[in-house]
Design a protein around this ligand. Structure first.
Ligand SMILES: C[S@@+](CC[C@H](N)C(=O)[O-])C[C@H]1O[C@@H](n2cnc3c(N)ncnc32)[C@H](O)[C@@H]1O
Length: 215
């Protein structure tokens, strides 16, 4: 089992918003819901989730990276219906069982070498009739417009190889498909297509931020 050992860049994570970077989730959130956000990073999206579910709802965020979590607490610790905890989705304890209307993970399962186990644990944490909403990239199919410079493509090839060596799937969409219902699958596919587009734009506009590939 290969766990993510590098740190996702907090400057990139801090720029994320629910509406732009986790669109399908934004469309299904309702006031009063209880949400678990797995792999919250610095908490920018989770803070938006807490605002969206309002004071009658709750957002609980877990991440295995204590440094990013500390940043999350510092920045968003004042939001009353939001809590951050250190946690690994592969080792989720029983107190999470059947507690949440939605269990979500954005750009997180793609860094876990046992994605089926992670999704099984997410399903366990969802209430009966709840939803699991996952957003990941299909990194093998990323394309750039206009064409990326040759040096960058060489870097990107090495990035994909590094991920292979660590057994992180570069086509997460394919591997997790059987775990989802048909409706969720097509929604998920649509969400991913949009996200791939924004990924490509970000890379081509900000070549100094090649670190994007690591988030
Ligand atoms: C790329 S960041 C995504 C952060 C945020 N969800 C977003 O979309 O901006 C991936 C996060 O997943 C966390 N992570 C990786 N493996 C994890 C695991 N097994 N359990 C919980 N969190 C994990 C990392 O520490 C990192 O903060």
């Amino acid at each position: 089992m290969c766990q993510q050992s590098h740190r996702s860049d907090p400057r990139i994570l801090n720029r994320r918003t629910l509406q732009r970077d986790h669109r399908y989730l934004a469309s299904v959130l309702r006031t009063g819901m209880d949400i678990l956000d797995v792999g919250c990073g610095t908490g920018a999206i989770t803070a938006d989730i807490a605002r969206a579910v309002g004071p009658d709802g709750t957002a609980l965020a877990i991440d295995r990276d204590d440094a990013n979590l500390a940043g999350a607490v510092q920045q968003y610790g004042g939001i009353e219906n939001l809590r951050f905890e250190t946690g690994d989705i592969l080792a989720l304890d029983d107190r999470f069982n059947k507690r949440f209307d939605i269990v979500t993970a954005a750009r997180t399962i793609q860094w876990i070498s046992e994605p089926q186990r992670a999704i099984r644990n997410m399903k366990k944490a969802a209430k009966l009739g709840g939803q699991v909403v996952v957003l990941d990239y299909n990194l093998d199919e990323t394309r750039w417009e206009p064409d990326a410079p040759v040096d960058f493509l060489r870097f990107y090839g090495a990035f994909l190889e590094w991920r292979d060596v660590n057994r992180w799937d570069n086509q997460m969409l394919r591997i997790s498909r059987p775990s989802f219902t048909q409706k969720a699958w097509s929604m998920w596919r649509a969400t991913r297509a949009m996200s791939l587009f924004s990924a490509a734009i970000l890379i081509s506009l900000t070549p100094t931020h090649l670190g994007f590939g690591f988030t």
